[in-house]
Design a protein around this ligand. Structure first.
Ligand SMILES: Nc1ncnc2c1ncn2[C@@H]1O[C@H](COP(=O)(O)OP(=O)(O)OP(=O)(O)O)[C@@H](O)[C@H]1O
Ligand SMILES: [Mg+2]
Length: 506
């Protein structure tokens, strides 16, 4: 076993009302990928921020290559040798790939930027990673996956030795994840110490050599990935026994058959977005939408909710013709949509948890009928409990919650409107396994109470386990519908790849 290049001892960070990090020891070794695991709010991001100068730490020491370090900003951490790539790429979209890699490190001659040198340096940084991108391309024209690789190229362009990846794969599809992992393995083999944060257990086991588990800001332990069975890992994360974890996987079948159709559309579509399709969702049913990234799943949800306007077809709600032309109309019809990209589309960072939670309900009732404070408090405490939202207080700003807990607040926001139709786009992304099981159960309960749910999810196992019916999308068209005995993971994947027997078109 190689000596750690980075040793942290007794790292402690307190926020008002919460000890986010409580005397944690952590070590990163060269030539290893070290996964940092734990439930939402366990302290993973805080550990990284305390290491990289985003937050001053309250106690503890960090030693990098024999030298004690006290970075006061990510830039100082970078200079010391620790680079971080976050889930949300924090580069500048309007600049070129080359500029983004060399930003702030530009080579100048007598004050003039030397463009040739910048291009060369950026190309070299990308070539080292084995990534082929035109460095003159504007960053915003690149896919998220490429942007992330550019961020890594930037991070590894300076002579750093530790690379931190905080949930880097949340918005990537399978092949993009593979591409990212190829780059990460390459860096590992060159002797980088890599710290990897993710809620995807498959990815952790595919990539990590070592796993450190945190719970409630405390260190649970450090393990070799090859020696830590998956169930045991989850049990450590949740602080439960293996039996209890196994029980979480159990899912009750629907209490009763699905009811009347709530929403049905025919020939419903939008040019360049969704090819005309028929779709129906019933009360008391979860309709899953399967398909690859870009297959049109999200677009279907946006059309149904009226965020985009359908330019063909018709919609019926409870058998009556309906014109869902706007999100406002959808709100009145008691439709709810939790979007995929919560950061930009849903969270109001400078409002409190309470304000974020009640805002959709308030919008439906109209701004003149302010929800009484007592009712607000009741809703907040009800949903905080039901979804296990971890916050020091309902008056906490939502941006101070951990990523997964922010997501739960957004889900609560829509549940509070008591919707008839709930459209969920990737509701469990970034949510830890325990909370995911809680949310899945809650959805099953709401379904049994008669809610119609449309569930979009990239994970076919999760989709199969939670849906009564599945519509499969490919190339912006519906290519198959699966129910009953036909509804299983293999069938979903087959339909995603080929369409099913009744649609042998490709
Ligand atoms: N700036 C802040 N102000 C107040 N509290 C904070 C702040 N940042 C984090 N916290 C709290 O510290 C705790 C740890 O949060 P952290 O973001 O480290 O969790 P995490 O393990 O990264 O979770 P997730 O998996 O959801 O991203 C949480 O209780 C969170 O609410
Ligand atoms: Mg986090």
């Amino acid at each position: 076993m190689s000596e750690p290049i980075l040793s942290c001892r007794g790292l402690t960070k307190r926020f008002p009302g919460v000890v986010a990090l409580d005397g944690v020891d952590f070590f990163a070794r060269p030539g290893e990928v070290h996964a940092l695991m734990g439930e939402n709010g366990a302290g993973k991001s805080t550990l990284i921020k305390a290491l990289t100068g985003v937050h001053p730490r309250d106690a503890g020491e960090a030693v990098l290559a024999g030298k004690s370090i006290h970075p006061r900003s990510p830039r100082e951490a970078e200079a010391a040798g620790i680079s971080t790539v976050y889930q949300e790429v924090n580069l500048i979209p309007d600049l070129s790939v080359a500029e983004n890699i060399c930003l702030g490190r530009q080579e100048t001659t007598l004050g003039f930027i030397r463009w040739g040198a910048i291009r060369e340096r950026a190309s070299a940084a990308l070539a080292r990673l084995g990534v082929a991108v035109d460095v003159d391309k504007t960053l915003s024209d690149c896919s998220i996956a490429i942007q992330q690789l550019v961020a890594i190229a930037r991070a590894t362009d300076i002579s750093a030795r530790v690379l931190i990846l905080d949930e880097p794969t949340s918005s990537l599809d399978d092949s993009e994840v593979e591409e990212l992992f190829t780059v990460v393995r390459r860096l590992r083999d060159e002797g980088w110490a890599i710290i990897f944060v993710s809620h995807f257990l498959d990815q952790v086991y595919a990539l990590a050599d070592r796993i450190t588990v945190l719970r409630n800001g405390k260190l649970v332990g450090e393990f070799l990935a090859a020696e830590l069975p998956r169930l045991q890992l989850v049990a450590h994360m949740m602080g439960r026994s293996i039996n209890e974890v196994e029980a979480l996987q159990h899912r009750e079948p629907p209490a009763r058959p699905a009811g009347e159709p709530l929403v049905s559309v025919r020939g419903f579509g939008r040019r360049a977005s969704v090819r005309p399709l028929d779709l129906e969702v019933r009360r008391g049913e979860v309709l899953g939408l399967a398909g690859l990234l870009g297959s049109g799943r999200t677009e279907v949800a946006r059309l149904l909710f009226g965020l985009d306007r359908a330019d063909s077809g018709e919609m019926h709600v409870e058998g009556k013709p309906a014109a869902m032309r706007s999100p406002q109309a959808s709100l009145r019809a008691r439709f709810a949509l939790t979007p995929e990209d919560r950061k930009s589309q849903a969270i109001l960072p400078n409002l409190t948890v309470r304000e974020n939670l009640i805002i959709a309900l308030q919008a439906r009732r109209g701004i003149w009928r302010k929800i009484p404070r007592q009712e607000q408090d009741r809703l907040v405490s009800q949903f905080t409990r039901a979804l296990g939202i971890k916050t020091s207080s309902p008056e906490q700003l939502i941006r101070n919650l951990s990523g997964g807990n922010q997501q739960k607040v957004i889900l609560a926001r829509w549940l509070a409107t008591e919707p008839r139709l709930l459209l969920l786009d990737e509701p469990t992304r970034g949510i830890d396994v325990g909370a995911q099981a809680d949310i899945e159960r809650l959805l099953a309960k709401l379904r049994d109470e008669g809610l119609a749910i449309i569930f979009i999810c990239a994970d076919t196992a999760e989709l199969a386990r939670n849906s009564q019916r599945i519509a499969v999308m490919r190339d912006r068209a519906k290519v198959a519908e699966l129910t009953g005995a036909d509804l299983n993971e293999q069938a979903i994947m087959r339909a995603i790849a080929h369409g099913d027997a009744s649609h042998p078109s490709s």
